[in-house]
Ligand binder design. Structure first.
Ligand code: SDX
Length: 428
């Protein structure tokens, strides 16, 4: 029996169906509301709005739970690896050995970029932020890969997905090398996904480079933790761009642009820069005070989340990984890590953060690990973009494959001028 809610507006009573999910809150279906009651709903930040139906990722903000296709992130972070998580997000099930080998082969054979794209980088200033380069180069991929632009062809959608997962690390590494004036490294197909990325970033022609397995494992885990996250701002951007029929490369470029913001994926860079600015534990109270001051725009970067009103489960795994990696590198006394831990301890005892349910999010510890690996802060969000590409592409494929899909076109609460007549210049 279908559940429903009754909405009374003036003399009208509107019957709104209620849909029940596999997990999470019920959904009130308002699709016919405007047609039947001539009213819009109003939810500018989409705080109470389900924009789509999805089977990919589930988040329980109160319990601090994150599931990729039903599997808890903690189990995947501990027992899986990034390419296996990519397969899971794209196709819905964990691969068997043959499927895993085939998927890894297909990704590996697409890691190189069309040689002409190398010239794109030369058009940027050396001091361009790598995210600017990535937005430009990923968007330009639609000028090269014409055989994977037709979104109505499932085979072309599949090839576009494989190409982007495979090439984003190469593009990000090239953006980094370009920014430091070093030559590009080609992918090395004998290396695994994370190790290949480290090699492309840190190898130089003048000497041999051996991937540190501890760092490669930590990088792979960071990539798993960032792979998908339901309908966050950048994923919603990809879905909205895709709903117009834009090609997949343009949609992913739009997602990268949205992720760049400091309220979203740019928070990992902003968080490490904040921790460095705080510098020492004794300066933490000054920043806690500023974060609580309504008249001060300063916020604790890496803290708070629209959905998590409990610990971000990814932050817990990231904190353990930071301890492990810095310990293995012999820098467990890293001052930034000490400041982060003390800041977390103080904030979680402070009524302002407790009452507003503000906890460390995925960005709070990730920068400390990336910094320890040798990455500049400007590379933190590009690494987030590499990881999230599989989530964006999986959500895009789900949307394109939905027969009921329509172009996204929200309405508004108009508070502008009423109709008025034009006044000639001589009368103004
Ligand atoms: C990511 O959506 C996703 O899933 C994103 C993400 C993903 O994987 O895709 O998880 C990745 O983007 C993580 C979030 C990274 N951003 C930051 O760390 C930036 C700092 N955090 C905030 O800007 C904020 O917490 C947001 C943007 C993350 C969430 O903002 P909301 O949900 O709109 O919450 P809000 O701004 O309305 O804050 C609620 C209250 C406000 O106080 P009041 O106006 O109610 O008095 O909490 C306060 C805020 O002022 N607050 C903070 C704070 N975050 C919220 N105060 C101090 N420091 C903070 N970090």
């Amino acid at each position: 029996m279908t559940k429903s809610a009754k909405l009374t507006i003036g003399e009208k009573v509107i019957d709104l169906p209620i849909h029940s999910p596999t997990l999470g809150p019920d959904v009130l279906d308002i699709r016919k509301l405007y047609a039947e009651a001539d009213v819009f709903t109003y939810d500018p930040g989409f705080t109470s709005t389900a924009a789509c139906e999805s089977t990919i990722t589930y988040i329980d903000g109160d319990k601090g739970e994150l599931l990729y296709r039903g599997y808890p992130i903690e189990q995947l972070a501990e027992r899986s690896h990034y390419l296996e998580v990519c397969y899971l997000l794209l196709y819905g099930e964990l691969p068997n050995a043959a499927q895993a080998a085939d998927f890894e082969y297909r990704i590996t054979r697409h890691t190189m970029l069309h040689e002409q794209i190398h010239y794109f980088f030369r058009g940027f200033r050396r001091d361009s932020h790598p995210m600017a380069t990535m937005v430009g180069v990923v968007g330009a991929m639609s000028a090269f890969y014409h055989d994977s632009l037709d979104i109505n062809d499932p085979w072309q959608r599949e090839v576009a997905a494989i190409r982007m997962i495979a090439k984003l690390p190469t593009i990000a590494a090239m953006a980094y090398k370009y920014s430091i004036g070093q030559p590009f490294n080609y992918p090395q197909n004998h290396l695994d996904y994370a190790g290949n990325f480290l090699h492309m970033c840190f190898a130089v022609p003048a000497e041999s480079y051996t991937v540190n397995p501890v760092l490669a494992k930590a990088m792979d885990r960071i990539m798993m933790l960032h792979a998908d996250h339901e309908q966050n701002a950048s994923t919603s951007t990809v879905r909205l761009a895709g709903s117009s029929g834009a090609n997949p490369f343009a949609c992913i470029a739009a997602g990268i642009a949205c992720l760049w913001g400091p309220a979203h994926g740019g928070a990992n860079q902003a968080c490490l820069e904040m921790l460095r600015e705080i510098g020492t534990v004794d300066r933490i109270p000054e920043y806690i005070k500023r974060a609580k001051d309504k008249d001060d725009p300063f916020r604790l970067m890496g803290f708070g989340h629209r959905v998590y009103k409990n610990f971000d489960p990814r932050a817990k795994v990231m904190k353990e990984s930071a301890d492990e990696v810095l310990g293995l590198l012999g820098i467990e006394n890293n001052p930034t890590l000490q400041v982060a831990k003390e800041l977390e301890r103080i904030a979680l005892e402070d009524d302002y953060f407790v009452s507003k349910k503000l906890y460390p999010n995925v960005d709070f510890y990730s920068g400390i690990i990336l910094d320890a690996m040798g990455f500049p802060t400007s590379m933190f969000t590009p690494i987030f973009a590499i990881s999230r590409t599989v989530g964006w592409i999986s959500q895009w494929k789900e949307m394109i494959g939905d027969p009921t899909q329509k172009i996204g076109r929200p309405r508004q609460l108009y508070k502008g001028e009423k109709t008025r007549d034009y006044v000639d210049l001589r009368h103004r």
